[in-house]
Design a protein around this ligand. Structure first.
Ligand code: CA
Ligand code: CA
Ligand code: CA
Ligand code: CA
Length: 345
């Protein structure tokens, strides 16, 4: 008996799978791999629909009691539950979840962020919109791009409402649409400002390799800006439009300096005598390999003085976390390893 049923069960599963195409009105009722947790910003307020429904402090406007917003645990965006509304044909729905919030300009708490999913295909019939103070600030049909039944986050800038208490309303309205979801409603502080560039982003802040005793170090070039580019066809053979950091070293006449760098980007390494005129004073450079490759320069000082090493990359604003190796200096008088001068002099 069981064996005879098995093909029928398989057929049923297959037909269900085939039905789950773009025009499906119901989402897949599983949550495999889609419970993504957000970490990108500080939340000043969050409602994840985990507890009482509607949540404390929220208002629910109901016109179709059998098909309105409810708590649902089948496919939350995060946590164990989300707000969910089933579709209905023949009886129009205008179902609203709303809450009031003081948009605090002082704390920069002026981003409304929420996760939603639904069917863009069926939103033509019944759409999901968000209003702030009665003004539409989000339209699922027009703005959602992640696809049908894929959770995605929406970020609405509320800075225009700084200092005001506003009603934020999530509205599902229409007839014969598709199921819709809402979760992780939050008022976030703005994204944290980017970290300041490293002190040695520019020549003025060049790090003294010897004073710092640096012989091997790892540095994230992505924190830097592209300020210097080797001349095309010049000392590295190519321009270097990648993000760059600057190091300096004092060399005696004839002293040989050797350094290498390696990262996941197409690295470029060059040494100049006048950092303010880097492109025209390059004395050694290397851009011989592509990503993951080692670039190595070796230079015997033609004059005593300061030299500036620019740790760079070929591609526009290219960068990676890069390992830099500085070989011990070799003096002019006797270029043998027995006469290697310490970096830590
Ligand atoms: Ca939740
Ligand atoms: Ca720079
Ligand atoms: Ca550069
Ligand atoms: Ca390279």
């Amino acid at each position: 008996m069981r064996r005879r049923l098995l093909p029928l069960v398989i057929l049923a599963i297959l037909s269900l799978a085939i039905a789950a195409v773009a025009a499906d009105k119901d989402p897949p009722r599983t949550n495999d791999g889609r419970n993504v947790y957000r970490t990108e910003a500080v939340r000043a307020y969050v409602e994840g629909f985990e507890g009482a429904f509607p949540p404390a402090g929220w208002t629910q406007t109901i016109t179709n009691p059998a098909y309105t917003w409810v708590q649902d645990t089948a496919t939350p965006y995060e946590g164990a539950a989300a707000a969910y509304i089933p579709w209905q044909a023949g009886i129009p729905q205008y179902e609203v979840l709303s809450f009031d919030y003081l948009i605090d300009s002082a704390a920069n708490e002026d981003h409304l962020i929420f996760a939603t999913q639904g069917s863009v295909y069926w939103a033509v019939n019944a759409n999901f919109t968000v209003e702030v103070g009665g003004v539409e600030v989000y339209n699922f049909l027009n703005e959602f791009t992640a696809g049908n039944w894929i959770w995605d986050t929406v970020d609405v800038d509320l800075s225009a409402y700084d200092g005001q208490t506003v009603t934020i309303a999530f509205i599902y309205a229409g007839d014969d649409g598709a199921d819709h979801y809402l979760d992780a409603v939050s008022i976030d502080e703005g994204a944290p400002p980017p970290p300041p560039p490293p002190a040695n982003d520019l020549c003025e802040g060049a790090i003294d390799l010897q004073a710092q005793g640096l012989d091997e170090f790892v540095v994230d070039l992505c924190l830097a800006a592209d300020d210097y580019s080797a001349p095309s066809g010049g000392c590295t053979g190519y321009s270097s439009a990648g993000k760059d950091l600057v190091y300096k070293i004092h060399l005696d006449l004839g002293e040989t300096f050797s350094a290498s760098m390696q990262g996941t980007h197409d690295a470029a390494l060059w040494l100049v005598t006048d950092c303010a005129d880097a492109a025209n004073t390059c004395v050694a450079g290397a851009d011989d390999t592509v990503s993951e490759g080692y670039e190595t320069i070796t230079y015997a000082a033609a004059a005593a003085g300061w030299y500036y090493m620019i740790v760079d990359g070929y591609g526009d604003d290219s960068c990676s976390t890069t390992t830099v190796n500085i070989a011990a200096l070799v003096s002019n008088e006797d270029a043998s390893w027995s006469d290697v001068k310490s970096m830590y002099r």
